[in-house]
Every structure is written in C-alpha cells, then in structure tokens.
Design a protein around this ligand. Structure first.
Ligand code: FE
Ligand code: CA
Length: 549
C-alpha cells in the first residue's frame, strides 16, 4: 500500500475507533482486534506524565484535552512498550476535581506515540473547567481550561496571550513563567514551537547533556518525537499549558528552516522533502491539543481553521507554509530599484503565500464575520517593511520569507479589508511571530502613500520566547514611525510574549519582556502598551515611550 493510502486508512480507522470507545464497548473490541494487546491496568516504574497536559481549540461546548504517556521521554518510544494503554480522563467544574461532569477512557496507542486527544463536548459555554488523566495507578497534574462564549453573545472582555519561537538551547522559558501566572482565556502559539536543528552539548544557558539521538537534527518521525519530548519537559512551558487552552499553528521550524510548500532551500527532491514533512506534521499533531480534523494524511494536514469567541473576536488560524509558492525570494539591490523596492517576482499575482483555497476561505471569513475583532493569527510579518533607512531607495524583498515576498497577494488581502471596512467597521488585527522582536504597524490601504492613506487594520508582532537568547547590552525600545517606515509604531528586541485584551470597543496590547532567558526565574515587565479603538484601525501608544532599558 502506498504510504499516503496507509495514512488515510489509519486516520479513518482511528476516528471510528475513538468515536467507538466514547460510546460503548463495541468500538473497544474493534480496536483490540485490529491493533495491539491492551493494558487496562498498566504499571509504571516512573511517572508516565513527564510531558504535562494541555487543552486546546475551545468551542462553546467543549475543547480538546491532550497528554502523552512517556515515562522515559528522551529515548525512542518514550519508555513505552508497543501496546495500547487505557487512559482515563475526567473533566470537573472545580479545581480540586470534586464535581466531575464527564469522564471516560481512551486508548493511548504506540502508532501515535501514546498520545491522547480527547474531544470533549456537551459542556456549558464561557466557563472554566479542570481536567486530569490517569493510567494504572499514575495520575497527571490537573489542568485548567475554558469553553468559548456562545455564538451570538458579546463577551465584555477576553484576555489572551500570544507567543512564538522557543528555541530550547537559546534560553529558558522565563517568559512562560510569567504567562502561566496570568489570568487568561486563551494562549495562541504562532509557530517555531520546536526547532529542528542539531543541538550542541554544553552550549547555552541550559548546558545540555543529551544523547546523540536527541541532539541530532530532527529528520525522521522518531527524532521529531524526541525533539517535542525535549521541549515539553520544560516546567514553565508545562505550566503555561496547564493554565489555559491553546490555539496553535506552525511556522517553518516545526519542519525545516524556511521551507515552502514541497521544498526547502537548498532545493532537493520534493519526494524526499515530503516524506520529512509527513513525519514532522505527524509529530506536531501527536504533541498538540488539536482536533481529529487536523490529523495529517501523509504530508498534508489542514491546520488553517477559524474559532469564534462569541461576537467579540474570531481567530483565523493561518498556515502560511504548507501552500506557499517556492522558493522564498531574495534578489539583488538592482532588482529592488527596478521594481519599486520589491523583487520582481514578489509582485507576480500567481505567487501565493496562502494557497488559493485558504485565501478564498480567509476573504470569505472577513466578508461575513460577525466578530468585532477578526484576528489573523499569522506567522510572518504582514505589513510592508522597508529594510533601507532611506525612504527614496526602498528594499522590501531582502527577506522574501515574509508577506513582502508575496506582495501581490498581501495587497489583495489589504484591498479586501479596505473594501469591507468601507461598508462597516471591520477592525482586523494581525498577530505575528517569526522574527524574534516586537513591532507594531498600522496596516495601510495604500503602501505607496503611507502618510495620507488610512489604516485598515493593525499588526502586532510578538518577540521570541527564547530564540536568539539574551540581548547583548541594553534592549532597544523605539516608539513611533521612522522615515522609511512611517506606519511603524514600535520596535523592541527583548525576549518575551504579548498580552492582549479585547473589549467590545477597545483592543489593548501589552508587550511583556523578560530581562534574561539565562535565568528561568526572573520576573517580566510590561514595556509598552498599545490600544486600537473600534472603528479607527491603527494603534496608539498608551502612555509615554519607555526609555531603553
Ligand atoms: Fe523563530
Ligand atoms: Ca520562523
């Protein structure tokens, strides 16, 4: 059987199987017959819940619960035998798990690295729940999660954090320590959850001492699984997952640096690359609280999806990697000069970063949204960004990995935002990761008339959790526009994450920064706050510009 057909068969079997176990014994017997011996009462020499617990993709009536059994997480197989293991799960309305409202059993299977994805339904909207897992005598920690507000309601306040880029050897997850202490409705992760590259023992604040198979560049399913296990053992990351439901999407490093669609630089045999992508996507699914609808079929997985939180906000979770035109562009300065600052190909309307289906889905969603704040949860910088200090000789294409490398498509999205916004308030908010620094931009209706064109939306770019490690010297804080980028509102190079609070008429964004990621326990501070008012796209700074710290 072709591996793709085999993947589809597994997916179908697993879905039928999971649904079956939820409702009665028939599906259970089917699972046993088809797969492995089942251990109903496994015994573990050490705690199997070393990778923590997580929840995600909240709906008004439920969410996904996740864990993975791995008593020995940094060896291939996680210390588990090739047997199915019964895992019990419980959902309660209190943090001591006294008032259990749902519970059942699922099988953790070796094909899926003994991960568990429970789709819980039938709960009340807009409230907190607590959950835990058990296998044999072992019990997981208790996680807190929330259902989404009901459709048609207008919540008065919604508070979420967003984060990206957590290269493990570069530093501790100090920022997650602060995030885990916040009262949050949601956490959004914009990608680079893992980095695939090789790790050098002894280098960096964590002073790694890892076995060869864990250090090696992740290229196979076994190695991607080890990489997730390495990252997910971090106590601050686990605490942030226990604190709130997460909405995740990926960027490039979940597979390989700067990949696009079916290839990555340097160009290689796409079949070889797609095999690697299939392994990477599968390991991603296995380690995230995702719904069964995102189970990969070979190298394909539909991760783009929309989640609404009443009529207050809706997250369009974008995937700007899987469908984008290859290659990402770089070009000489002379080409910029001849093409208004772009690489010539950037303006080719055939080039796409979303792919045709996702683009249609996004534009349809913006046209019909009832959300006060439609959010584009996005990987790479969306706004035009002149890399040249002199506005007379612009250069937008030098880092063609971002939306400037797909300018024709970006500008089509901006025109759609402007057209919808001319008829009724739209107020799109783009949240972005990838570049390991904080930025705020007004999204302009016309990038060639930055001074006079109105803003049609607002972009908040969040820095890395740990990637690139501690800033050398004093962190830079720059408020307001520059000659080359008058639509820029803010720049800062600290490590940290972003806190956002949506209310019906006002959007508030706070940039949280940590002084060091060489120390896992230093506090975070808010270094700058921006607001967007409903019906007036664009950001205003709230308070004075802080001095560089
Ligand atoms: Fe990154
Ligand atoms: Ca990236």
């Amino acid at each position: 059987m072709h591996w793709l057909d085999a993947a589809i068969e597994r997916q179908t079997t697993r879905r039928a199987f999971l649904i079956g176990t939820g409702v009665g014994a028939a599906g259970f017997a089917f699972g046993q017959a088809r797969l492995h011996r089942t251990l109903a009462a496994p015994t573990f020499a050490t705690d199997p819940f070393t990778l923590g617990v997580a929840s995600g993709d909240p709906a008004p009536d439920g969410f996904v619960l996740w864990t993975r059994l791995a008593p020995d997480p940094l060896v291939t197989g996680g210390g588990m035998t090739a047997e199915d293991v019964e895992v019990r799960w419980q959902v309660a309305t209190d943090d001591a798990m006294r008032a259990v409202v749902q519970e059942s059993t699922l099988l953790a299977q070796p094909e899926w690295a003994h991960s568990i994805h429970v789709e819980v339904a039938g709960l009340e909207p807009d409230r907190s729940y607590w959950y835990r897992f058990a296998a044999g005598e072992a019990t997981s920690e208790i996680g807190r999660t929330r259902t989404a507000p009901a459709a048609g309601t207008l919540p008065q306040r919604f508070r979420f954090a967003f984060a990206s880029c957590q290269r493990w050897p570069d530093g501790f997850y100090t920022a997650y320590r602060d995030m885990a202490a916040q009262e949050l409705d949601l956490v959004v992760h914009l990608g680079d959850y893992i980095y695939e590259g090789g790790i050098t023992n002894g280098v960096g604040p964590r002073k790694p001492d890892l076995a060869a198979e864990v250090r090696a560049e992740a290229t196979t399913l076994a190695r991607y699984r080890l990489r997730y296990a390495l990252y997910k053992r971090d106590p601050h990351l686990q605490a942030a997952h226990r604190n709130a439901p997460w909405l995740v999407t990926w960027d490039d490093h979940e597979v390989v640096n700067d990949y696009a669609n079916d290839n990555a630089p340097p160009r290689r045999d796409p079949r070889e690359f797609l095999n690697r992508r299939a392994a990477a996507y599968r390991a991603y699914y296995e380690h995230q609280p995702l719904r069964w609808g995102t189970i990969p079929a070979g190298p394909d997985a539909q991760l783009y999806r929309r989640l609404a939180f009443g009529d207050l906000l809706a997250f369009n979770m974008l995937d700007t990697r899987q469908y984008r035109s290859f290659p990402t562009l770089t070009c000489p300065e002379s080409e910029h000069a001849a093409n208004g600052g772009y690489c010539a190909a950037s303006r080719d309307p055939e080039r796409t970063i979303l792919g045709a289906a996702q683009k249609r889905w996004l534009l349809d969603g913006l046209a019909t949204t009832t959300a006060r704040w439609p959010v584009l949860a996005n990987q790479v910088v969306f706004s035009r960004w002149n890399l040249n200090a002199d506005p007379r000789t612009p250069s937008y294409g030098g880092s063609g990995d971002k939306w400037d490398g797909y300018a024709a498509e970006r500008d089509a999205v901006v025109r759609a935002m402007a057209a919808i916004g001319a008829r009724r308030p739209l107020d799109p908010i783009v949240i972005t990761g990838d570049i390991h620094s904080n930025w705020v931009y007004d999204i302009k209706a016309d990038w060639d008339r930055l001074d006079s064109a109105p803003a049609v939306g607002t972009e908040f770019v969040g820095t890395s959790i740990s990637s690139e490690g501690d800033v050398r010297g004093i962190p830079i804080i720059r408020c307001g526009g520059t000659a080359a980028n008058p639509h820029q509102r803010f720049y800062n190079d600290s490590r940290g994450y972003v806190l956002s609070t949506a209310t019906p008429d006002r959007w508030l964004t706070q940039y949280r920064a940590v002084a060091s990621v060489s120390d896992p326990n230093v506090p975070a501070t808010t270094i700058a706050t921006f607001v967007a008012e409903r019906g007036k796209p664009g950001a205003q700074q709230d308070g004075a510009c802080p001095a560089s710290q």
